[in-house]
Design a protein around this ligand. Structure first.
Ligand SMILES: C[S@@+](CC[C@H](N)C(=O)[O-])C[C@H]1O[C@@H](n2cnc3c(N)ncnc32)[C@H](O)[C@@H]1O
Length: 214
């Protein structure tokens, strides 16, 4: 997601109660941040945050953490709810390739990947968030029956991801090549990118993958 560089974004973030300035402190102890033992769901690359904000409102019994690389993007996401503290929602500025620095083994129950950057060039395949090295990181931080939910408009990334899931022995279900025309549409929460792509008539691909501990 390209947003104008916002000078002082990192300092501004600290003013928002949903932003976690010292996320490494909570590794293995996120339940203390939330004050309960509820399951933790993580969205990687939350963009402007509509998806995770909506889920947090709908599911007060689940703790949601958004992990987003860019400070100016996290700022846009936390600004959605202004200075309100939302007990089951936290935003972290971090690189998902280092997820094991944020979470202890088997600390989280679900990961959402929504409209991740496709990195179309073959030489950039390792940067795709469903490349096998990422899948092994997810396996490490997810609980034994943890799930990965992925949506994309990019057919090549989808095909690549299905192959990576199969190669890394993730079990796939609820695969759809046209989410908005499928029975899964009723419960779907649209992201900002999803709204933009689907309004242009592009199909949305979706899969759920469970990790089987190797
Ligand atoms: C194409 S945007 C999609 C945003 C949002 N999920 C949506 O659907 O509207 C991808 C987002 O992933 C973030 N991102 C890319 N690589 C990341 C990484 N390694 N760790 C965390 N976030 C990442 C980008 O900064 C960007 O905000």
């Amino acid at each position: 997601m390209r947003l104008r560089n916002i000078p002082g974004a990192e300092a501004a973030l600290r003013e928002y109660p949903t932003f976690v300035d010292n996320p490494l402190f909570y590794k293995g102890n996120w339940k203390e941040r939330f004050g309960n033992n509820n399951p933790i769901h993580v969205e990687i690359g939350c963009g402007k945050g509509r998806f995770i904000n909506t889920l947090a409102e709908r599911h007060p019994d689940i703790n949601f953490i958004a992990v987003e690389l860019k400070a100016e993007v996290v700022l846009r996401a936390v600004q959605r709810t202004e200075y309100k503290a939302i007990p089951n929602l936290a935003f972290v500025q971090y690189d998902a390739s280092k997820l094991t620095e944020l979470f202890a083994d088997h600390e989280i129950s679900r990961i959402y990947l929504n409209f991740s950057d496709p990195w179309p060039k073959t030489r950039h395949a390792k940067r795709r968030l469903t490349y096998k090295s990422f899948l092994n990181t997810y396996r490490q931080v997810l609980v034994a029956d943890g799930e990965l939910h992925m949506k994309t408009d990019n057919e090549n990334l989808f095909e690549f991801s299905l192959n990576q899931f199969a190669a890394e022995r993730f079990q796939m279900r609820n695969i759809t090549f046209d989410l908005h025309q499928s029975k899964l549409a009723a419960d779907n929460v649209m992201t900002e990118y999803e709204e933009r792509f689907s309004s242009r008539g592009q199909r949305i691909y979706r899969v759920e993958a469970s990790c089987v501990i190797k």
